[in-house]
Each structure stands twice: as structure tokens, then as C-alpha cells.
Design a protein around this ligand. Structure first.
Ligand code: SAH
Length: 217
């Protein structure tokens, strides 16, 4: 018998459905991932709220609605090789791991990367993941091309380096704009050229690095 879903997860998923998330695979993945394990113990009671929460190192776990929307926009079929920039808590990473073949995830804060790795590979027993600590704005050239790339921090512009590591026919989802307000860009690579076709307003912590905002810590 499969485990009964957590009632708080069910409530969150129903809320996401009402907000327009329609991909059943995405909703199932969110239902199966215990978001409370990804936040500090002191705020675990807020873990099922549809909002971003602090995770240390001045960073946040993304709002569940944005996680669901970004994942839905990636249109994963299960066979993809995915690059994620900004591991953070690892929550979005876990969603990607459930819906794709292999996930390569980069985080600039070592403490966050190590905590996420322990949780995902240890407690959650996910095995299709590779972790790297470093500047994700340069991508992961040795493993390129990727079928999908997800950037979970706000970029000042479409990172050219990442676009170059996207497979032909692949898709990158990235928040682009100022440090305080962005649009979520969904960009396909067709005949080597970026084709933008959709975006909504959003707010993420800054992507800091060589091809992002300048380092401030
Ligand atoms: N998906 C994560 C989001 C964390 S916030 C979650 O839901 O938990 C964005 C993350 O991107 C932060 O952890 C931040 O440290 C990281 N980040 C910012 N710039 C980066 C860069 N150049 N390379 C790798 N990670 C970066």
C-alpha cells in the first residue's frame, strides 16, 4: 500500500490546481515531497504555505506556486538531462529528479549544497542527481548539452553561456529583469537561436556570478 499523502501537501496541491497548475505529473511530484524537511526546524509549521521562506545564507526556498509553474513550463517527459542553477534547499531539485532522467545542480553556497545533498540522497533516496558547488552562470560545460535548463535565481539578462549549453530543441526557464522584479522567460533553442514565447511576473533572489549580478558576499 502506498503511503497516504500528507493532508497539508494535499491542501497545497489543491490550492496550486486552483491557481492554474494543470500538469498532473507536477502536482503528483509536489504531493510526494515533504516540503517541511527543506526548511529550518523553527519555521517548519509554515512549510506548507504557498510562499518563499528563509533557508539560511540569506537565501530562500522558492514559493511552491513558482516551483510548480517553472516545472510545468519545462514540459518534462521523464527522459531529459536537466541543468539546474541554484540548488538552494534542494526542493525544486527533488521535483526535477522525480520528473526527468538526470539532474545536474549547481549552488554557490557550499553549506546549502551539502545540506541539500544529504537530504536528497540520504533521507529521500534520490539517485539521479549530481551536485556541484560553484558559479552556475558558467553552466556545467563538461556535461553539456542539456535538454532543459532551469535557473532559480534572477538573471540580469539571458545568460549566453547557458544558452550555448542547451541542446537543439531544448528549453531554458529563467527569471530575467531587475534585482527586485523579473519576468519568467521560457526560451526554446531552435536552429541555434533563442525563441522567447512566454513569461509571467515573478520575484527571485539575485543570480550572482560572472554572467549574473556582481558578487556581494
Ligand atoms: N530552488 C531553490 C531556490 C533557492 S534561491 C529552492 O527552492 O530552494 C536561489 C539559489 O540560487 C540560492 O541558493 C543562491 O545561493 C543560488 N545562486 C545564486 N547565484 C548563483 C550562481 N551564480 N550559481 C549557483 N547558485 C547561485
Amino acid at each position: 500500500m502506498p503511503d497516504q499523502p500528507d493532508p497539508r501537501a494535499l491542501e497545497l496541491v489543491n490550492h496550486l490546481r486552483q491557481r492554474g497548475i494543470s500538469d498532473a505529473n507536477v502536482l503528483d511530484a509536489l504531493l510526494s515531497i515533504p516540503r517541511d524537511r527543506f526548511v529550518p526546524e523553527s519555521i517548519q509549521s509554515n512549510a506548507w504555505d504557498d510562499r518563499a521562506l528563509p533557508i539560511g545564507c540569506d537565501q530562500t526556498i522558492s514559493q511552491p506556486f513558482m516551483v510548480a509553474l517553472m516545472t510545468q513550463e519545462l514540459a518534462l517527459t521523464g527522459s531529459e538531462k536537466v541543468l539546474e542553477i541554484g540548488t538552494g534547499s534542494g526542493y525544486q531539485t527533488a521535483v526535477l529528479a522525480k520528473l526527468s532522467r538526470e539532474v545536474f545542480t549547481v549552488e554557490r553556497h557550499k553549506a546549502l549544497s551539502e545540506a541539500a545533498r544529504k537530504l536528497l540522497e540520504g533521507q529521500l533516496q534520490l539517485s539521479n542527481l549530481r551536485f556541484r558547488v560553484g558559479d552556475g552562470t558558467i553552466g556545467w560545460p563538461e556535461e553539456a548539452p542539456f535538454d532543459r535548463i532551469l535557473v532559480t535565481a534572477a538573471a540580469p539578462e539571458l545568460p549566453e553561456t547557458l544558452l550555448n549549453q542547451l541542446a537543439e530543441g531544448g528549453r531554458i526557464v529563467v527569471p530575467i529583469g531587475s534585482e527586485s522584479q523579473q519576468q519568467l522567460h521560457v526560451v526554446d533553442r531552435r536552429n541555434g537561436e533563442p525563441v522567447h514565447f512566454h513569461s509571467v511576473s515573478c520575484r527571485f533572489v539575485p543570480l550572482v556570478g560572472e554572467h549574473g549580478w556582481k558578487v556581494r558576499d
